[in-house]
Design a protein around this ligand. Sequence first.
Ligand code: IDP
Ligand code: MG
Length: 154
Amino acid sequence: MLVVDDLGNKVCAMSSSNPSQRSFVLLKPDVVRRGLIGTVLSRYEAKGLSIVAMEMRQVDGELADQHYAEHVERDFYPPLRKFVTSGPSIAMVVEGDEAIEVIRTINGATDGRKAAPGTIRGDLSLSNRENLVHGSDSPESAEREIALWFPELS
Ligand code: IDP
Ligand code: MG
């Protein structure tokens, strides 16, 4: 449905007849290092999800701390921070019906050693830390993460 916003632009309004949802996805440095960008992207695309924004980013410590704000006090955070800042990542906004949950399912369980075969982590990761992908875990997280990484979209 097209509506006119308060700047006079025609914009597409979300409604219950258009259940499309946006999630923030990060392909972590292990994806880039291992040459798996195409392989991982193709899984989201093959599912029918749309990539609506994508940028290669070198994450610095400050952005890592903001992105992982809920984890900064955890024991596993210092090595996670080192890993996620260790090389370029691919930041994306991915859209589709129930995208947040669908992406979490495609990504698989956090620990790649235990993630189910058929998932990105289950098929391609043997690590609890270097587990290739991040996907927002709720609509609130997606909103916060998209505002952090792609402020122009929020
Ligand atoms: P998620 O990415 O599946 O949402 P979270 O619990 O939010 O998992 O943890 C964020 C990231 O921190 C994980 O994707 C993983 O890279 C890392 N991580 C989580 N738990 C551990 C751990 O016990 N050891 C090492 N790294 C961990
Ligand atoms: Mg998480």
